[in-house]
Design a protein around this ligand. Sequence first.
Ligand SMILES: NC(=O)c1ccc[n+]([C@@H]2O[C@H](COP(=O)([O-])OP(=O)(O)OC[C@H]3O[C@@H](n4cnc5c(N)ncnc54)[C@H](O)[C@@H]3O)[C@@H](O)[C@H]2O)c1
Ligand SMILES: [Zn+2]
Length: 365
Amino acid sequence: MRWSFETSQGQVELIVQEGALGDVACWLSKVLERGRAFVVSDENVAPLYGEDVARQLDAPILALVAGEQAKNWNSVEAVVRFLLGHGAERGDFLMAVGGGVVTDVAGFAASIYMRGIRWVAVPTTLVGMVDAAIGGKTGIDLPEGKNLVGTFWQPRMVLADPLVLASLPPRQLRAGLGEVIKAAMIAPSSLEHLWEEQGARLATGDFWAVTPLLAAAMKMKTEVVALDEREQGARAALNLGHTLAHALEAATDYGYFLHGEAVAWGLLLALLLSQRRGLLASVEAGRWAARLQVMAPLPPIPVSWERLVPFLGRDKKRASGTVRWVLPRLGGVVLGVDVPLEEVHACFQKLLELSEDGPLASLFF
Ligand SMILES: NC(=O)c1ccc[n+]([C@@H]2O[C@H](COP(=O)([O-])OP(=O)(O)OC[C@H]3O[C@@H](n4cnc5c(N)ncnc54)[C@H](O)[C@@H]3O)[C@@H](O)[C@H]2O)c1
Ligand SMILES: [Zn+2]
């Protein structure tokens, strides 16, 4: 599948195609007619896919260390010096082949090398495909917090090959489903039926025929980004489930949950809040929870309400002491809902009380 969307930095081309990585040069030639390619990947993905992409393009390759620890200034400097060392010029472009870490770091480096060169995202994780590679947010972490330094720098192309998901560690894959289900909750009219048809396939590692589902999730994100490139309004919808997720991740020092697992808990809390406020009927909320069951068993929540609270909406808290939430409703989401903390507490308590093997949908009945 192929589509594009307009941004203030030009058109972004998206391609989701089984086997696309077998013929990268052909896909690239559709948007990048000139310039040399430089590949940035990580030490896990380079031997699996990065080196092959580099060979096809006759390009030099740099492999960063794998994982979040690579999102720092050292990596950015390494990419910039790799480009300099090979004489990369302004008309050349960078290919980021990897998960969200690689696309965040490489996209950031591309945005500052010689005041900005073009780049292409080749996401190799589920999170990368449906989230990190789309929207132009790039950046690194600081000791003070995650994603504190970065730029908006749109890739020219996002080239996703669902077949690369086959080598993803199963826990990574399962966690990534959280973002796909989030996308379906934001735009059920285009995604709910595709999840019903292909969600199980995606969850069990059969990556043929999941392309329409992935493409629809990616398309949802491009549509939201097109409305609000700089995250000043509509893009907040993408934060569904993330108020709790970010607090859970921070309260556990980012070492316990994978992001998508924390998002799954966040989606369940949002569903409970919506049910309680009459935004969503129990049967509807229960249906989404049942879909989240493909991610079970989720790592149990290891923090109490008291430990969690200081991390809830830290930066977004309002003077009144409430946090603004994105909540699901029938057919989509509502933005900026003020929910008193006591109400959040009551729903969070339900999550804590859920027995480890209890079906997630039992939260709603
Ligand atoms: N820019 C954005 O809008 C945005 C959005 C969401 C997330 N992010 C960022 O993305 C990062 C998380 O991304 P992620 O979950 O992709 O993590 P990741 O990039 O660390 O990849 C997860 C692990 O899987 C390995 N891997 C990647 N692809 C593989 C494959 N096909 N086969 C085998 N192993 C593979 C990686 O080497 C790594 O060890 C976070 O830093 C987050 O802040 C950014
Ligand atoms: Zn997320």
